[in-house]
Design a protein around this ligand. Structure first.
Ligand SMILES: [Zn+2]
Length: 273
């Protein structure tokens, strides 16, 4: 599933391909995404000046003169850049044709992604307005996580994966940052000291930044992605995620797997307390 690093990498690719050009046409090949693509609305982006492209959580916002397109990759989506006459791939649902002869295509086999239009401030859009802090932009993330957790009796892993608290810490990055900070994922979020939250916050930022640098972890179908060559290599740096039964790289004890809050969780019971 695309997580924050993959979305950040995608956003950067869109920024570079949309520089000094505009969208000249939109082809909607399949409207049935998570929410139906509203053709009339989304076509407002045609020949509109794109003022800014940014990421909020896992949403990519293309902010234009007359509104904003909000894109989400869902469970299985990816965005690729092609020559506009390149052959379509199966599951290419929405295409933006650019003035420079390129095309941006949203490919999404499971169709949980979305392409929607917001006429007003996208920050106030119902999908975005309740999102928690951006982990890479919040300077006092540790203090914030500590303060907000004081009356929450939920496993710390679920707590940091709650996008109303902090956005973009998906299963892989939660597992890895908890390992690196020595915190057991099942520990109650209200029973963790401020110092430990500061360490955890540092590791969340480090893990996400490393993954962004390496092109994310899960972009397996980005081999046809023209604008980015190096993708998905963060997988090689994982300590615990997907490693149950293997030996911990720190202490050689066995990595365990356990379902916490409905999600598979991986941890070293020796290193994480
Ligand atoms: Zn260990």
């Amino acid at each position: 599933m695309p997580e924050l690093p993959e979305v950040e990498v995608t956003k950067k690719a869109l920024e570079s391909v949309l520089k000094n050009t505009s969208i000249t046409a939109v082809n909607i090949r399949n409207k049935q995404l998570r929410w139906p693509v509203e053709e009339k609305e989304i076509k407002k982006i045609i020949r509109s000046d794109i003022k800014k492209i940014y990421r909020r959580g896992k949403y990519i916002v293309l902010s234009c003169q007359n509104g904003s397109a909000i894109l989400h990759l869902g469970m299985s989506g990816s965005i690729g850049v092609f020559d506009c006459n390149a052959k379509y791939h199966k599951h290419d649902h929405v295409e933006f044709i650019l003035g420079n002869g390129k095309a941006i295509r949203l490919n999404d086999p499971r169709r949980f992604g979305c392409v929607i239009w917001a006429n007003k401030d996208p920050q106030k859009h119902r999908l975005i307005k309740r999102l928690g802090v951006e982990p890479l932009e919040e300077p006092n993330l540790g203090e914030y996580l500590y303060a907000k957790s004081r009356n929450r009796n939920t496993a710390v892993k679920n707590y940091i994966m709650n996008s109303n608290v902090v956005v973009g810490v998906g299963n892989i990055y939660a597992s890895e940052s908890l390992f690196r900070s020595g915190i057991n994922p099942a520990r109650s979020s209200k029973r963790i000291s401020e110092d430990r939250y500061k360490k955890l916050a540092l590791e969340i930022k480090k893990v996400l930044n490393e993954a962004i640098k390496m092109g994310g972890t899960t972009l397996r179908n980005f081999t046809y992605y023209n604008e980015i060559k190096q993708v998905g290599y963060f997988k090689q740096k994982l300590f615990v995620y997907g490693k149950s039964g293997k030996n911990c790289k720190e202490c050689s004890k066995e990595i365990k797997e356990r379902v916490i809050g409905g999600r598979n969780s991986f941890f070293c019971p020796n290193c994480q307390t």
